[in-house]
Design a protein around this ligand. Structure first.
Ligand code: PMP
Ligand code: GLU
Length: 397
């Protein structure tokens, strides 16, 4: 037996670096090491009680059979309502597909939209799974590097230069995982100016962090003229409602794309978990201020972490306006030997922090930026203060 007997598909795939680092941190913790895990992007809050109650009620109401593949009709209505209330987007229920996490929503879209060799533009840094999801669908990820000095945002000129006759899609998240950058209406409009010249290019707009935005209003690119007909708006309840393990994501898209995703999902996994879907109806109908305590806490922690990291020489920072990550450029450490460890790249640095500071982060290489590491601040203030102190001590000789 050997991995050579596995498919080329899986052998050619990278393991999710976020999940791998979280597993490694868990393993070390179980072995008795005092690890502070800042690798995984998941809120450390409990699910709000009113959502838990809805799930309990759904069990008592015997929501135990298969749901429609694309989601319960009243959940799709609730999603239509959410898109209208929060994003000013008008979708019909037949444009909505509910899936097992936004990750499955993204995988569905890749599988129904991409043919072999189709290019997908990924402004880098991008969320860790985009490139492997695209590759699984036989698409070709085309990374467009952005710099910390440009707040990790792709300009219209960069987009234009990356377009070829093979370009099929562009995928991006705003607020961005991992950089925390938020595209303004003006910046989205400037990208749309380029896209309007290329009517066959589709957009995946991953808005899963929309509520975790400290800069002001979230803007959906589907709201920019000419974009609605070719945008797949991806969202989910993992981040806003701290429901990561409940696995509900969804899309709003042109009907023909939604239909294709439903067909694909129907041969793969069927409808998403029934109880979690019922609870999501309650979550999405609740006023947004029900989750404002979490957003306020993230904002406070961002400022805390920026302040503490800013005191450590060698960490170059942008000011993330959303999500719950900082993405410092740590290339100043490359080529140095610290406490006996030689640091040649961001992966070496992340391993060094894990071993020397007992702090788990993720290498930027996994996100398409080899100069940075990602630190999640979805952790208590006390553990963030302790983690930053350990990092400071580890890198100061
Ligand atoms: N998109 C982005 C940008 C993410 O950060 C994540 C996970 N954290 C997802 C999609 C997938 O979310 P889920 O599958 O939990 O809905
Ligand atoms: N998306 C989260 C992260 O970026 C969770 C892990 C994952 O799904 O890869 O850390």
């Amino acid at each position: 037996m050997s991995t050579a007997h596995l498919s080329d598909r899986v052998n050619g795939m990278a393991t999710s670096a976020t999940l791998a680092m979280a597993a490694k941190a868990r393993e070390l913790k179980n072995a008795g090491k005092d690890i502070i895990g800042l690798s995984l992007g998941e809120p450390d809050f409990n699910i709000p009680d009113f959502i838990k109650e809805a799930a309990k009620q759904a069990i008592d109401d015997n929501y135990s059979s298969y749901s429609p593949v694309d989601g319960y009709a009243d959940l799709k209505e609730a999603i239509v309502g959410k898109f209208s209330r929060d994003n000013g987007l008008h979708y019909e229920p037949n444009q909505i597909v509910v899936s097992t996490g936004a990750k499955q929503s993204l995988a569905n879209v890749a599988m129904v939209m991409l043919n072999k060799g189709d290019e997908v533009i990924l402004p880098a840094p991008y969320w860790v799974s985009y490139s492997d999801i695209v590759k699984l669908a036989e698409g070709v990820p085309v990374e467009v590097p952005t710099s910390i000095d440009a707040d990790f945002k792709m300009t219209a000129a960069q987009l234009e230069a990356a377009i070829t006759p093979k370009t099929k899609m562009i995928w991006f998240s705003s607020p961005c995982n991992p950089s925390g950058s938020v595209y303004s209406a003006e910046e989205l409009e400037s990208l749309a100016v380029v896209l309007r010249k290329h009517p066959n290019i589709y957009v995946v707009s991953d808005e899963i962090y929309e509520h975790i935005n400290f800069a002001g209003t979230h803007v959906s690119i589907a709201n920019i003229p000419g974009m609605y007909e070719r945008t797949i708006t991806v969202n989910g309840v993992s981040k806003a409602f701290a429901m990561t393990g409940w696995r509900i994501g969804y899309i709003g898209a042109p009907e023909w794309i939604a239909k294709a995703c439903t067909k694909f999902q129907g041969q793969n996994t069927s409808g998403a978990n029934a109880i979690a879907q019922r609870a999501t109806i309650t979550a999405l109908k609740a006023p947004v201020d029900k989750i404002s305590h979490m957003i306020e806490a993230f904002h406070k922690r961002r400022d805390l972490v920026l302040g503490l990291l800013g005191e450590i020489p060698g960490f170059k920072l942008n000011i993330p306006e959303g999500a719950f990550y900082v993405f410092p450029d740590v290339s100043a450490f490359f080529g140095k030997t610290i406490k006996g460890s030689t640091i040649n790249n961001a992966s070496d640095f992340a391993i060094f922090l894990l071993e020397e500071a007992l702090v788990a982060t993720v290498t930027g290489e996994a996100f398409g930026n080899p100069d940075c590491i990602r630190i999640s601040y979805a952790a208590s203030e006390a553990s963030l203060i302790e983690a930053m102190a350990r990092i400071k001590a580890a890198v100061s000789e």
